[in-house]
Design a binder for this molecule. Sequence first.
Ligand code: FES
Length: 112
Amino acid sequence: MSEELNGFEYLCEYNDLKDSYGQRFYINDVDVAAFKVGEKIFAVSNICPHQHAPQIYEGFVENECVVCPLHGWTFRLDNGNLFGGSKGLDVYETKIINGKVYVKVFKKELNW
Ligand code: FES
């Protein structure tokens, strides 16, 4: 991996992501939901903290938030917080280089 990637892993081509739809990826065993909203790319944990369902990527996207399809918990895509402000999803840094999207994942400390 080149120096400039510095811990970032290849995710997909920028054009593979459809506006306001999520896609699921596994990067280094981390379950990632990636979204394109306008020009922005967001990558968050795909695991909903409510019942630990791996379905965030199927959530409805609105106003840079994603709604878990199971029970409607709503998370901001920029910081992962629940709509009310408390901590929700892990958020992973992304960057775009030459039309390719890269993400820097980390593993969650499992404590459930
Ligand atoms: S599992 Fe996501 S809101 Fe219940």
